[in-house]
Design a protein around this ligand. Structure first.
Ligand code: GDP
Ligand code: IMO
Ligand code: MG
Length: 496
């Protein structure tokens, strides 16, 4: 049976599927969603905002990175931006324009929730302030205003998307409370000379000064005519969809390690990145969701700051390595030469962990899809995954980037965490502030010689690669349904 048929048979009983990330983001959720999307009618975002960067390819193989609009866009599937999504209207309109170019002007139906929290230039300022105030302990955010948007929403002083259609005076009134609340911060920022540009440099007319409520209202209201066709009560649209037996795919953004409640707080994003967020961010009852597919990156990565127990190298150095050696990422022959030489050293058992990290960073082109920052790489981390599985409750796993291990003779795998000399129970984790005290317990697993890049049939995988997958599955006690062997839609092995 073809991959597609197997996948269809497997997914068919699950009308509403939740897809989430199991590590610290960039697992390849976009690619997996793109693949399973074929068996669904609608893609729905339920959390996060423009901090997400999901890479997909259009039917004619053009790369599209979606930030705010769900990935279904590339395959012309209906897209719903649920209420839990944080919205920057300018970025939304820019993404629409970009998509129109790539997709030749043809766009599917897109719905934007009338009650999603709405970005203002003040959110950008507050984020800059918070990162400055944290000093060395900064979160290393994507700069899309996510923390302030979610936080001020919970403080009940957020403007909402649909309010741009209100009478001008009324909208200004809503913005005034937010402005007043932030005044002390703005004063402090001014005193410290921190106000260089406002609006992340995106709204030139406002640059260099802090706009007042009238100016912000006019800016946001200027988008009103363009967004009007999209804005609605998406919870009602989704409810109708379920009634009409539409098949829906709920697209997680970020990942469990970045979930504001169950991630490595405060080094997290501010939304619900776990599977449970699908209900909260859409208004659909819990029982609406059939199954969860958790996407796991074979070698996890992290950008920004925060705990990462299986990290190969020091974060700052790993991130800077990308910046300083950009030719290894952009020049094909320099890249190939570096990888060949480094793999020899790794297989001779002579490479340090820093050198291992560099190898996988270059091989995987580990640069963020949203910010371009270098990503730091970690070893396969079974204790973390057991925790992630405990919270997300996936029916299956999708293991992406398995091709990255091709040719590596021996693969170190973290199989346990020790804290104060004691082995932690499966699924148990210390609080984030103690995570640096954790000692990972390693096992060396045999790798395989062959290059599996682009393979898409389980039978053609080398025996050692199949053994590796079975071994991992036994540890995780969860079926690995999909195995990524390359970035393309067809670079996938379906296991049943
Ligand atoms: P997301 O945020 O989880 O959607 O992931 P990103 O799109 O930010 O980053 C994942 C990157 O890995 C993208 O460049 C994908 O094209 C790429 N990718 C996804 N799956 C695979 C895979 O199985 N193998 C390889 N080599 N690359 C993959
Ligand atoms: P996708 O959906 C990787 C990280 C940032 C930072 C922290 C908080 O593409 O997997 P924020 O701007 O959200 O307040 O930043 O979270 N981060 C991501 N890292 N992938 C993402 O999204 C991320 N979204 C946020 O780097 O450490
Ligand atoms: Mg991403």
């Amino acid at each position: 049976m073809s991959n597609n048929k197997v996948l269809k048979n497997t997914l068919w009983p699950y009308r509403n599927l939740v897809v989430v990330g199991g590590n610290w983001g960039d697992e390849g959720k976009g690619k997996i969603i793109d693949l399973v999307m074929e068996h669904y009618d609608v893609t729905v975002r339920f959390s996060g905002g423009a901090n997400a960067g999901h890479t997909v390819f259009t039917p004619d193989h053009q790369k599209l990175v979606s930030h705010l609009i769900p990935c279904g866009l590339a395959q012309h599937k209906e897209c719903v931006m649920g209420r839990g999504e944080l919205v920057d209207l300018r970025l939304f309109l820019e993404e629409l324009e970009q998509a129109k170019k790539v997709l030749g002007g043809r766009l599917p139906k897109i719905y934007l929730d009338q009650m999603s929290p709405l970005w203002t230039p003040w959110h950008g300022l507050l984020e800059a302030w918070l990162e400055f105030a944290r000093g060395k302990g900064k979160v290393g955010t994507t700069g899309k205003g996510i923390g302030p948007l979610e936080g001020l929403y919970k403080l009940r002083i957020a403007p909402l998307v649909g309010q741009v259609f209100l009478e001008r005076k009324k909208f200004i009134g809503i913005l005034e409370l937010l402005y007043k609340t932030l005044q002390p911060v703005f004063k402090e920022m001014r005193a410290k000379g921190l106000i260089v540009s406002v609006g992340n440099g995106r709204d030139r007319s406002l640059q260099g000064n802090i706009p007042n409520p009238t100016q912000v209202a006019d800016l946001l209201r200027s988008y009103a005519p363009k967004i009007k066709p999209f804005v609605t009560d998406t919870s009602f649209v989704l409810h109708q969809g379920i009634k009409n037996k539409q098949r829906m795919l709920f697209e997680g953004a970020q990942a469990l390690g970045l979930d504001s409640r169950f991630g490595t707080y405060p080094y997290v994003s501010s939304g619900n990145s776990a599977a449970f967020g699908a209900s909260e961010g859409t208004g659909l009852p819990m029982q609406s969701f059939g199954a969860t597919l958790m996407v796991v990156k074979t070698l996890p990565t992290r950008v920004g700051s925060g705990p990462f127990p299986s990290e190969m190298w020091r974060r700052q150095e790993a991130m800077e390595f990308v910046k300083k050696n950009i030719e290894l990422f952009t020049d094909k022959s320099a890249k190939a030469e570096f990888l060949n030489r480094r793999l020899e050293k790794i297989n001779a058992g002579k490479a340090s962990n820093a050198e291992l990290s560099q190898y996988f960073q270059v091989l995987g082109d580990e640069r963020g899809a949203t910010t371009g920052r270098g990503r730091s790489v970690g070893f396969i981390d079974i204790p973390w995954l057991l925790y992630s599985i405990r919270i997300n409750g996936p029916k299956w796993l999708a293991l992406t980037r398995f091709d990255m291990l091709s040719g590596v003779k021996t693969v170190p795998v973290v199989v346990g965490y020790r804290l104060n000399g004691k082995l932690l129970a499966p699924g148990q984790l210390p609080p984030p502030w103690d995570m640096d005290k954790v000692n990972p317990v390693f096992e060396n697993w045999p790798g395989w010689k062959e290059n599996i890049y682009g393979l898409n049939d389980e039978k053609t995988l080398p025996k050692a690669a199949n053994n590796f997958l079975n071994h991992l599955e036994n540890h995780l006690k969860t079926q690995i349904l999909l195995v990524g062997t390359g970035p393309g839609r067809k670079d996938i092995v379906v296991r049943v």
